[in-house]
Design a protein around this ligand. Structure first.
Ligand code: NAD
Length: 432
């Protein structure tokens, strides 16, 4: 696969297939691909193959029945040459140190391509969050925050929600950290509820950036959004927000899906009328539409743009030949496997990579952190305007590499990221 897969919602990833690889293998391979195009000291590349630190902690939890269960938590910190580590905390039974390291590297590239003053981090607890009561989740989170207290903080490492965690989890984490510090420290995490320092527009941001990337990609290929047809897999935070914005901007969203299947209307769907995953889980098929399709068929529709926005590894060696769209915009993380990427490139299908397309989430997290450390709230209008500016700047930087080096958009995005990190390392120098 071309980027590690991770789901910020609670959906399970599909079972591994033959052309899938681990997050760490992907992150290292992508680093080496980018290094081939950048004048970078091999020592820097070698250094970037390894995390700065991986903190492993034991998190005991008293269950409701009085018994004590012990869980293992991790925080991988990849690189902080450009600023504090940034990345999610996930609660999932399959969380491992190695996965956290791979995903933390991937966050380093994502922050750098967006030119955010952050490096990559990722962590979590190996636990099934569905097996916990709300009180247990709160106690587990508070204890985890205490165990990580020495390595996190607004200037050190700033976690965010991820798979199995949400705004409430971040509120408990922030409260536990603040109680121990003896002062309120909202900037220790992002993705909080707005009332305690969260940012307006954070939740919708990955979908908004995906929509912006789609609009720009259509424009780059000489088309017009007003004449474009779009199919979207996944109608959750990313998919639904992208769908609704693209429709508002004049695009024709002909198909959307959730885990149960898709609805299709060649004349365009009214996406505001279709309940999102959060509004009413898995209710897409209940909406009236001329046709229903399978989830897989959505990706193969003859449209201008297809947006996989559900889970990872959905465009593989098995279906890459069947993709009819001219442009794939990766709303989800890691929806295209490495093998599929090669096929799409050979077939002339443009793939806008996840580290650019869905980076609105971490970008608005950066805005949230700015608001927290400055104790100053931004309006939703300001958040959306600044996001637009950041996206267009990153888009222009990546486009320049596409045009200069004849690179794919994915390779170009990694080249932009690595160039920034390498330059920062070279200017700061290596502590001998
Ligand atoms: P979500 O839980 O809000 O929604 C997921 C949607 O995908 C739902 O409609 C669900 O029914 C559907 N779905 C689940 N499994 C499916 C499957 N096997 N096939 C087809 N559809 C399926 O999730 P989200 O937050 O929108 O995240 C979607 C993707 O975007 C993930 O890859 C996630 O990592 C990525 N992402 C999310 C954020 C964020 O902040 N929400 C940020 C960046 C990237």
């Amino acid at each position: 696969m071309t980027s590690p897969s991770l789901t910020d919602g609670t959906e399970a990833e599909p079972a591994p297939e033959s052309d899938h690889e681990s997050a760490l293998v992907t992150a290292r391979r992508q680093l080496e691909r980018a290094a081939a195009h950048v004048d970078v000291d091999p020592g820097v590349v070698e250094r970037l193959k390894h995390p700065t630190r991986v903190q492993q902690v034991t998190v005991p939890l008293e269950r409701e029945d009085g018994t004590v269960e012990v869980f293992t938590g991790y925080r991988a910190q990849h690189d902080d040459v450009r600023g504090p580590y940034k990345g999610g905390l996930r609660y999932h039974p399959e969380v491992t140190a190695e996965e956290c390291v791979g995903l933390s590297m991937w966050m380093t590239w994502k922050c750098a391509v967006m030119d955010l003053p952050f490096g990559g981090g990722k962590g979590g607890i190996a636990v099934d969050p569905k097996s916990l009561t709300d009180d247990e989740t709160e106690r587990l989170t508070r204890r985890f925050a205490e165990e990580l207290r020495d390595v996190v903080g607004p200037t050190k490492d700033v976690p965010a929600p991820d798979m199995g965690t949400d705004a409430q989890t971040m509120a408990w984490f922030m409260d536990a950290y603040s109680m121990q510090q003896g002062e309120t420290v909202p900037g220790v995490v992002t993705g909080k509820p707005p009332v305690i320092g969260g940012s307006y527009g954070r939740e919708a941001a990955p979908g908004r950036s995906t929509a912006i990337a789609t609009r720009e990609a259509i424009d780059y290929h000489g088309g017009e959004l007003q004449n474009a047809t779009i199919a979207i897999q996944g109608f959750g935070s990313v998919g639904a927000n992208a769908a609704r914005l693209l429709e508002e901007w004049g695009g024709t969203v002909v198909a959307v899906s959730d885990v149960n299947g898709a609805i299709y209307d060649p004349d365009g769907l009214e996406t505001h009328e279709i309940p999102t995953h959060e509004e009413e889980p898995e209710a897409v098929l209940e909406h009236d539409a001329p046709e229903t399709l399978s989830n897989e068929a959505v990706l193969e529709l003859d449209v201008d743009v297809v947006i996989p926005a559900a889970v990872g590894n959905v465009i593989t060696a098995d279906n890459a030949d069947a993709i009819e769209a001219d442009i794939v915009v990766e709303g989800a993380n890691g929806p295209t496997t490495f093998a599929a990427d090669t096929v799409l490139d050979e077939r002339g299908v443009t793939v806008i990579p996840d580290i650019l397309a869905n980076a609105g989430g971490v970008t608005v997290s950066y805005f949230e952190w700015l608001q927290d450390i400055n104790r100053r709230k931004w309006s939703l209008e300001r958040v959306n305007e600044e996001l637009e500016t950041h996206m267009l700047d990153a888009w222009a930087d990546v486009r320049e590499q596409v045009e200069l080096g004849g690179l794919t958009w994915r390779d170009a995005a990694y080249v932009v990221a690595l160039s920034r990190i390498a330059e920062a390392k070279s200017i700061r120098g290596l502590w001998p």
